[in-house]
Ligand binder design. Sequence first.
Ligand code: COA
Length: 369
Amino acid sequence: MARYAHITGWGMAIPQKVLTNSELEKMVETSNEWIVSRTGISERRIASETESSASLAVQAALKALEVANVHPLDVDLIIVATSSPEHIFPATACIVQDQIGAKRAGAFDLSAACTGFIFALDLAAATIRSGALNTVLVIGAETLSRFVDWGDRNTCILFGDGAGAFVLQASDQPGGILSGVMRSDGSGAELLTLAAGGSKYPASQSTVQNGMHYIRMNGREVFRFATRVMTQATLEVVQKANLSLQDIQLIIPHQANQRIIETAAKNLNFPLEKIVSNIHRYGNTSTASIPIATCEAIQEGKLKAGDTVVFVGFGAGLTWGAVLAQWSGPLPAKKRVYPHRYRWFARLRSRILRLWRRLEGFFWGKNAA
Ligand code: COA
C-alpha cells in the first residue's frame, strides 16, 4: 500500500524581547529608513539570558505535537535543523528529546544553515514514505543573536531568534509532501560563515580577537545567489510533482530579505500576495523562518487543508532547496493526548535517569573495566 507523509502539526515559539530598528540606530551607524527599504525588516526578537535554541525548540515542538494530537512517546525521530545549536555536541535534538519525554525517538541535528528546515522536511518525508518510520518531529530553532557582531551593520540588522516545528505522520491517504529538492555548492562556502569554534579554528585568543566567532557575510553575492536559486528550486520542485505554478496556492519562502522575495515573485511571474512574508516582524530567523511563517499563514487563514504549497529556502554552504506539499492538517484521532501535561513526567524521568546513573557509578563504577 502507498504511504504518504502528511504535515499534521505545527507550532512556533518566539522570545518576548523585541529589538526595533530605532534601537539599532543607537548601536550602529544605520537608520530605520535604510533597513526597511533595503530589507523590509522593522523589528526582530532576541532571546533572553534564560532562553536558548533548545528551550525555544521545546516550546515549538510541544505546540506542534498538541496540534497533531501526537503523544511524545509516539515520536520516532526528532530532527533539529539549526545553525546556532546549544553546543557542538551533544545535539540540540537530544536535549529536546529529553525535555519532551520522547523516549522512543532517535534525535540528531542537521546543519545546512537557513536551508536546514527544508532539508530536514524532505529527509523526514522520504523516511516516512519508505516505511522506516511513522512519526517525525522536524524543528528549526535559532538564537543567532548570540553569534551576531553588534558592531557590524552588514549583518546585525538582519537576524532574529525563534523556533518552529512540524509533525510529520505516515498515512495511506494521498497528499502531504509530494516532492523535494536539495542542492548545495560548497564553492560559495566563504560567502556566509561563522568560521571559528570548529576543528579548523578552535577557540583561541586569536579567533576571539579577530572576531571569528561572529557571522560574516558578503551580502551582495548572497543576494544574487538567493534570488537565482529561489526561482530555480521552486520551478524544479513543482515540475518534480508533475504540477505547474498555476496549481500552487501559496509559496512560503525563507524570510531573509523582502527584496529577495519580491525579485523571486517577479522572476516566477507569481502573484506577490500569494507569497507569505512576515520578515518585517522577525527578521531572518534562519531555519525557523519557514515554520514560523507557516504558523502565521494558518492563523491568518492563508493556508487551508487541500491547498498546494511550496516551501523554499537558501542559505550558507551554499545550500538551497524546496519542498512541495498538499496541506492536510491533523489526522483523525480516537482520543485526545496532552503533550504539555506529559512534560512534568518527562522532567521527573530525566531526573531519575540522571540519579540512577550516579548511583550506578557509585556502587558499580569501581568494578568497571
Ligand atoms: N545601514 C546603513 N547603511 C548600510 C548598512 C546598514 N545597516 N549596511 C550596509 N550599508 C551601506 C554599505 O556600507 C554601502 O555603502 P557604500 O555604498 O558607501 O559602500 C551601501 O549601504 C550599500 O551596501 P550593499 O551591501 O550594496 O547593500 P545592499 O543593498 O546589498 O543591502 C544587504 C545589504 C545585506 C541587506 C543585502 O545585500 C542582502 O540582504 N543580502 C542577502 C543577505 C542574506 O539574505 N543573508 C542570509 C542568507 S540566509
